[in-house]
Design a protein around this ligand. Sequence first.
Ligand code: ADP
Ligand code: MG
Length: 266
Amino acid sequence: MGNQRRVITLDKIVDLKEVTKIYEGKVMHRAVNRLDFEAMEGEFVAVMGPSGSGKTTLLNLISTIDLPTYGRITINNIEPESLSQNDLALFRRRNLGFVFQDINLLQMLTVEENLVLPLTLDGVPLNEMEKRVAKVSQQLGLSDILDKRSDELSGGQAQRTAIGRALIHKPKIILADEPTGNLDSKSAKDVLELLSRINATERTTIIMVTHDPIAASYCDRVLFIKDGEFFNEIYKDERRQTFFQRILNVLSLLGGHHDLSSIRLP
Ligand code: ADP
Ligand code: MG
């Protein structure tokens, strides 16, 4: 891209060069097409685009769940494609945290047990586990509900627990696919403020797919894709309200969205 980088001093943590993902099937489908994308360390990026435009595929490529058909992906200076299956699993656990729209906590377990689960899988010592649980639950406002069973939680509490579980490893990057998609607007706001705070205090890079222009207005930058290709990209400005309005403008150019007129920034 021709524009001068404003963030020259920061490190590139995610780098996609001319990435194409083709799904082979009865019909071959090009879900992502010659896409260049980079994210800087500590950046909070939203990815928007109509349904079927390749947003989840893009996240799956960055998360190393899917490998590109063509092009090159570098995450935290490593090419996941060059790693063995074992190293890839380790790489994923050490570097990445995942948050999804469908919050898949283990219902039988308490909040605390869900939080520590990834650590027990990794053989982290008990006192270190306790320290991390204390920190994460304090950060996410979970301290009072640690003993609650997951099936007794509200949607917002469940998503905060899921974010806690993603954070407990201190990942460099959080990948979130519609994290507020199933939440009421109050819980959505809580989750977005939480992600912003984590991004600001821990400098965790966050890449978040969202349909919601309000959610996107919390980010530093919004990438718009269409038919698996780059469509546009905008950076935040001083006021969230103005940024929100600019996001709406691009969405209306992008199509595939309707009734934007009724959305107001609360
Ligand atoms: P989005 O998340 O933007 O809605 P996706 O990345 O899920 O879009 O999908 C992009 C396109 O790729 C869609 O047309 C979808 O049907 C197709 N697709 C996604 N995953 C697969 C798959 N595993 N096999 C075949 N086609 C797929
Ligand atoms: Mg999707």
